[in-house]
Design a protein around this ligand. Sequence first.
Ligand SMILES: *Cc1c(COP(=O)(O)O)cnc(C)c1O
Length: 389
Amino acid sequence: MDDTILRRTWAEIDLDALAHNYQQARQKIGPKVKYLGVVKADAYGHGAIQTARELETLGTDYLAVSSLDEARELRHGGITAPILILGHTPPEMTPQLIEHHLTQTVSAQAKAEAYSAAAVACGGTLRIHIKVDTGMSRLGFLVRGGHFTGGIEAIFRSCALPNLEAEGIFTHFAVADEDGGGDEQYTLEQFSIFTQVLDALAEKGRTFPLRHCVNSGALARYPEMYLDMVRPGIALYGVGADAERLDLRPVMALKSCVSTIKIFDPDTDVSYGRTFRTREKTRVGVLPIGYADGLFRSLSNRMSVQTIQGPAPILGRICMDMTMVDLSGLDHVHVGDEVELFGTRQRVDLLAALIGTIPYELTCAVSKRVPRRYIKGGEVVEESLRLLL
Ligand SMILES: *Cc1c(COP(=O)(O)O)cnc(C)c1O
């Protein structure tokens, strides 16, 4: 790849950190519990194929994505591990699900019936995981309160339909990553409902080889809930509330460089909207990164970028393609030098907290214009351009 492209703005993906995070989780769950790596949304911005390939090499048992298209991308990239589609797939796509050996989430009896009919029509068997809504109130069979008996009956009937293989059953937690009495209580309740569902189905003779409910938050907090498989996403990427608790390393670093340096006089307005005015002579660096690269505009005037010599505060508004930083006093920083927006020196969690969001949103937002550079053992092993050049 042309190096000048990479010298603009790029994301480094540390595959050794990914392996470390995977091993940390493996150690925590022990040899009997299976591992499903969540690689939806282009592996939270890290690159789905590269991430899945690495996880496959490491020995992951399962992968998960949110849609058929994401699953097809992985199969197209040569990934052979079992893949669970967490979201909805139109039942008329059942032949594709079967052809690509994909596992489909089933969240209601009507959907199970449609998948079954489509599988019968094409003469194949569709592997499914039943999703139970224990309190997230999103997808899943209703089982709370007065819905319990009807819910069990609906799941039981769904699993017995022809040409469906009910391999798994799962639920998703709403607040497993939050500390504090009320939230812990809520998670325990969700788990208790899930267990009651499993027991009621077992009594009717329906058991599942793969029962799972643990996301990253629960991985850190609730070992008693691991069951047959865990399902972490953000913990795999080494960020989020529990990264420290689990001794994880951030996988992605967003980097840019200094394209121009200018010395401005006092009382100079910088960038759109004139939200910053220099007080004294100011040495300003222009970075070729903006909100179109995934640097949230709401971080304007609120964060610093990390230079070789220390932090350089952002001055004024972040533009679509450019951002200005204060390099006064950072005399060793020159045109062409690298800066880190987030990564190991400045955690993405910190930036997310500054603008009242979660790190997931920031890594997912790193856009198509930003090439991903994969590092292993200190070497660049792959450079992936997202623009169709
Ligand atoms: C995204 C997702 C996960 C992973 O969540 P993290 O908080 O990133 O660990 C697990 N299960 C389901 C159903 C999800 O949608």
